[in-house]
Design a protein around this ligand. Structure first.
Ligand SMILES: *[C@@H]1O[C@H](CO)[C@@H](O)[C@H](O)[C@H]1NC(C)=O
Ligand SMILES: *[C@@H]1O[C@H](CO)[C@@H](O)[C@H](O)[C@H]1NC(C)=O
Ligand SMILES: *[C@@H]1O[C@H](CO)[C@@H](O)[C@H](O)[C@H]1NC(C)=O
Ligand SMILES: *[C@@H]1O[C@H](CO)[C@@H](O)[C@H](O)[C@H]1NC(C)=O
Length: 466
């Protein structure tokens, strides 16, 4: 069995050689500029709860994989001995990344790392006894930054305002400063300079003042989330210049005025949330031009107009939430055309008239809440539609509504129609005699009494109808 033996030895030799080569390559590639290495170690010491980092990473931090640290060779940089490694990404706060120490301070040194592309500080500053300030180096130190993604999220003990120097990190594409309850004050207008921004998320802070109109200059923006702050004043009409925008969330602020007509220029919009504000007045004409809009979330605003029928022409709509908005008028027949609709929430308004029968043709409908309105007439839903919705149908609090047949209706919060009233209407329309069918548990046991009372009831009902 000589040949296999010798060939496996040859293989082993070859493997050894390859291993040797790759180790050598690693040793060369791992080389790191001493100043950058020192800056990295200082960042680690400012933030990380791992006290032994300096010793453990003694040789070269980029030579072995460290959680939360990603290194890359210099972009387009030379080869061989010249291939320096650089810190490309730092990720602190959530395991398996390094958690932050109790006395962590905002790591200014990170912004001196020449090739840093992404910095994450998530759930990092949370010690109520060690409030730390959100600060950045002066603009000159930031202008050479290549940072593309900065994420400062879920830091309950990080305080201060949004540093205006953010505007100097021109390379930023994704900026997330979210869920930091102590971050307050106004948004610097200068953020309008960040022309490379694709996503801006400033949600769940304590920001105040107006929404800067210069955000309209961020022409590449795809997502803008300013929800759950205390922004006041009107929605800037310049936001209509964000023609790439797919998601706009301004909900849960203190915004007033109307919805600017320019939102109808946001042709890429799929998600629009403006709920929990002080917005009032007509919705802009042309909303149905938003061909891709799937979510229109506007509940809890004092809109106070008749429910616009144009909303029924927003062809792709999946969720429409306009509860608690002082809406009047009737539910437009056009809503029966929203074939993708899964959720329609119109509760607690002043809607009157009949429920459009077309709603029961909406095969995807899953949640329908029309409670607390002034709707009346017979509920036009068949058994299949009622089963489709189950407990997610709520029609309660509409005294004028009734269902024709209890046997097919689960508890949707309305009573069975007065059979005589139905018959009365039928007869008024058809000119035939009244009171043929009486359904419902309530009348069955008391048949004789009901029979005696019936002529009077029918007379009263017909009077009321006339
Ligand atoms: C800003 O850059 C200057 C000059 O390079 C340097 O001396 C200074 O320490 C830097 N400041 C910060 C906060 O990084
Ligand atoms: C909203 O604005 C009104 C009037 O400007 C003010 O009275 C109210 O305190 C504000 N609410 C919040 C939550 O900021
Ligand atoms: C309905 O309208 C009445 C009078 O116009 C008003 O007082 C009431 O607050 C409105 N209800 C809702 C829920 O908007
Ligand atoms: C409908 O809305 C009311 C609020 O007015 C709420 O109490 C109820 O739980 C909702 N019903 C369903 C089925 O979601």
């Amino acid at each position: 069995m000589a040949p296999p033996f010798s060939s496996s030895r040859a293989l082993a030799t070859a493997l050894c050689f390859l291993l040797h080569l790759s180790l050598q390559a690693a040793a060369v590639a791992a080389a790191m500029d001493p100043a950058e290495r020192e800056a990295l170690l200082r960042v680690m010491e400012a933030v990380s709860s791992d006290r032994d980092w300096r010793e453990a990473a003694a040789a070269d931090p980029c030579s072995s994989p460290w959680p939360g640290l990603e290194c890359k060779p210099a972009p387009g940089g030379g080869s061989g001995a010249a291939a320096l490694m650089h810190v490309a990404r730092l990720d602190f706060g959530v395991p398996p990344n390094p958690t932050c120490k109790d006395t962590a301070t905002f790591p200014l040194g990170a912004f001196t790392l020449p090739e840093l592309r992404a910095l994450f500080l998530v759930n990092c500053f949370k010690n109520p006894d060690a409030i730390t300030a959100f600060t950045l180096p002066p603009p000159v130190n930031l202008s050479a930054s290549r940072l593309q993604q900065l994420s400062v999220r879920s830091n309950p003990s990080l305080s201060g305002t949004l540093p205006p120097q953010l505007a100097s990190i021109r390379s930023l594409q994704v900026l997330t400063v979210s869920q930091n309850a102590l971050i307050r004050g106004e948004v610097p207008q200068g953020l309008g300079e960040l022309k490379n921004l694709v996503h801006l998320d400033l949600s769940y802070n304590s920001l105040t003042g107006p929404i800067p109109s210069r955000l309209g200059e961020l022409r590449g923006l795809v997502g803008l989330d300013l929800s759950y702050n205390s922004f006041s004043g009107p929605i800037p009409s310049r936001l209509g210049e964000l023609t790439q925008l797919q998601k706009l969330d301004l909900s849960s602020n203190n915004l007033t005025g109307g919805v600017p007509g320019t939102v109808t220029r946001l042709k890429a919009l799929t998600f629009l949330a403006l709920s929990n504000n002080g917005l009032r007045g007509r919705l802009p004409a042309g909303l149905s031009d938003l061909r891709d809009l799937q979510y229109l979330i506007m509940e809890n605003n004092p809109i106070g107009v008749p429910l616009p029928s144009e909303v029924g022409n927003i062809a792709r709509l999946q969720e429409l939430r306009l509860a608690n908005s002082g809406l009047s008028g009737s539910i437009p027949e056009t809503f029966g055309l929203l074939s993708s609709l899964t959720t329609l929430s119109l509760e607690n308004n002043n809607l009157t008239g009949r429920i459009p029968a077309g709603l029961s043709r909406l095969k995807r409908m899953y949640h329908l809440n029309l409670s607390k309105n002034g709707l009346d007439g017979v509920v036009p839903f068949d058994g299949a539609f009622l089963r489709q919705l189950g407990r997610n149908l709520d029609l309660s609090g509409n005294p004028g509504l009734c269902v024709a047949d209890r046997t097919v209706v689960p508890d949707v919060g309305v009573g069975v129609c007065n059979a005589d009233a139905v018959a009365c209407k039928t007869s008024a329309a058809a000119g035939s005699s009244v009171g043929r069918v009486v359904r419902g548990e309530g009348t069955r046991g008391r048949w004789p009494a009901a029979q005696l009372l019936r002529p009077a009831a029918v007379a009263l009902c017909c009077c009321l109808l006339l």
